[in-house]
Design a protein around this ligand. Structure first.
Ligand code: PGA
Length: 254
């Protein structure tokens, strides 16, 4: 089973429209000039919502995908501040991050909400990148596996059939934005466990699902995670804001 490697840049609440487009321009220029960029890896930029449409128009023709960082359930309707999968897909998004720990902790997104959003994303042809991961307290209590696998199972509950378009990102909450990292073999163990659960539920289609690692990934450490057998790529926050760093990660030798 060949899974296409996947690198996702999560820009969170950073970069204006102009800054996003300047980044896109520079990224495309570097890609053209880099012999190490052969398009084998899939690269997804997840900008702020105001920049999504323009960035998608700029980079999609070059084979770079654009994703949203969140979505709301539904199509159109009276939901002030809401942005549905329908609207995101019509703006050029092809991916969407679902259940990021910042959404779970600061916006109260429960496992059930995450499951509904996964369903809503797929309904509009968006590929959800489902974030799962334990907090520091849960890790210290020895609860990592139970928490992560609970989140994985809950996220799949809304799906009536296998959909290898989904991806999972194992992001230990304590590693996000902190510079702290799990040992890569431990992240690999969790990724393997997620995949085993997928195969149990979905059969062979489960093997096609990509599992990423996220949390304090940078050009120096990316290969130690991405090079693991069960890890198909990375979800990167802070280090993805710099175009040279993103290019270095996208072309890193594994
Ligand atoms: P970080 O963020 O790379 O800045 O730790 C990762 C994430 O939140 O997805």
């Amino acid at each position: 089973m060949i899974r296409r490697p996947l690198l996702v840049a999560n820009w969170k609440m950073y970069k204006t429209v102009e800054q996003s487009l300047a980044f896109g321009r520079e990224l495309l220029r570097r890609m053209q000039e880099s012999p190490a960029w052969d398009g084998h890896r899939e690269l997804v930029l997840c900008p702020t919502l105001p920049a999504l449409w323009a960035l998608a128009r700029q980079v999609l023709p070059a084979g770079v995908e654009v994703g949203a960082q969140n979505l709301d359930v539904g199509h159109e309707g009276p939901l002030t501040g809401g942005v549905s999968g329908y609207l995101l897909a019509a703006s050029g998004a092809t991916f969407v991050i679902v259940g990021h720990s910042e959404r779970r902790s600061m916006f109260g997104e429960t496992d059930q909400v995450v499951a509904e959003k996964v369903r809503a994303a797929l309904d509009y042809g968006l590929r959800p990148i489902i974030c799962v991961g334990e907090t520091a307290v849960e890790k210290n209590d020895g609860d990592t596996d139970r928490i992560v696998m609970g989140q994985v199972t809950a996220a799949l509950a809304a799906l009536s059939r296998p959909d290898p378009g989904v991806a999972f990102a194992y992001e230990p909450v304590w590693a996000i934005g902190t510079g702290e990292l799990p040992v890569p073999e431990e992240a690999n163990r969790i990724a393997a466990k997620i995949r085993r659960a997928l195969v149990e539920i979905w059969g062979d289609s489960g093997r096609e699902v990509r599992v990423l690692y996220g949390g304090s990934v940078n050009p120096k450490n990316v290969a130690s995670f991405w090079g693991q057998q069960e890890i198909d790529g990375a979800l990167v926050g802070g280090a993805s804001l710099d175009v040279a760093a993103l290019m270095a990660m996208a072309t890193v030798a594994l």
